[in-house]
Design a protein around this ligand. Structure first.
Ligand code: SF4
Length: 234
């Protein structure tokens, strides 16, 4: 009790209080600066100061998001920006990962409403029937060396990741699916690149196949045969 009333204790508590105050103030000010840079990047369509923005966002993502909202950004713009940011952060490591250690997860809603394929414990087994662009794209992705999964939900991703242990993955889907997938991959220590669908929904969604190809070919040679990446989807 005597020690708790001593000058030394009071001085120690004062120093700890001051350090905490300045630490929090520093975090808030940094988050405000990062939010301004992020907002300017989004509204002007340019990536400003990525060397500051990327590590800053890793440390202060939640706070920066809150300030971005205060600056008038809507959720969709913000999520799109975060996906672009994460993709940029992960591009080098992804490109350096051997294709045998990569996997790609496609949402099953990309298939035709008349898809004849059946769901298996490892996702949909595409028959490349020609009714949708999934078949031809799965074919070249597998030829390039990818493990390809056509999945109905994120629980499949967790299961397949546990089973096949990919080091890098491409996640294709709607905005929120891709964001959550990238966050999940981060938590699992996997390098992730996200490609957002052109058209979302529950049936016959449309993937950005050119974006998928750009991501899939990072660090590896282009396929020997040209493919129609847009398929029949309009
Ligand atoms: S190409 Fe594959 S995913 Fe598309 S409809 Fe045929 S079997 Fe289904």
């Amino acid at each position: 009790m005597m020690f708790l009333e001593s000058d030394a204790w009071v001085a120690l508590m004062t120093v700890i209080g001051e350090i905490t105050f300045f630490f929090i103030l520093g975090m808030v000010l940094t988050a405000i600066v990062l939010a301004i840079i992020a907002t300017a990047s989004i509204t002007r369509g340019k990536f400003y100061l990525p060397r500051i923005l990327i590590p800053g966002m890793v440390l202060l993502e939640g706070l920066v998001k809150a300030f971005c909202k205060l600056l008038g950004l809507d959720d969709k713009d913000l999520i799109t920006f975060f996906i672009t940011l994460r993709n940029t952060m992960n591009t080098k490591a992804f490109a350096e990962t051997a294709v045998e250690h990569r996997a790609i997860f496609l949402p099953h809603c990309l298939r035709s409403a008349n898809c004849p394929a059946h769901l298996t414990p490892e996702g949909l087994k595409c028959r490349n029937c020609g009714r949708c662009p999934v078949g031809e794209n799965v074919k070249w992705l597998e030829e390039a060396g990818y493990h390809v999964f056509i999945i109905p939900g994120s629980t499949f991703i967790k299961r397949m990741v546990k089973k096949y242990r990919p080091e890098a993955i491409i996640g294709v889907g709607c905005l929120m699916e891709v964001k959550e997938g990238i966050d999940m991959a981060d938590r699992m220590g996997i390098i992730a690149i996200g490609v957002v669908n052109f058209k979302d929904g529950c049936v016959e969604t449309i993937a950005d196949w050119v974006g998928v190809k750009d991501a899939a070919m990072l660090g590896i040679e282009a396929p020997s045969c040209p493919v129609d990446l847009h398929g029949s989807a309009k």
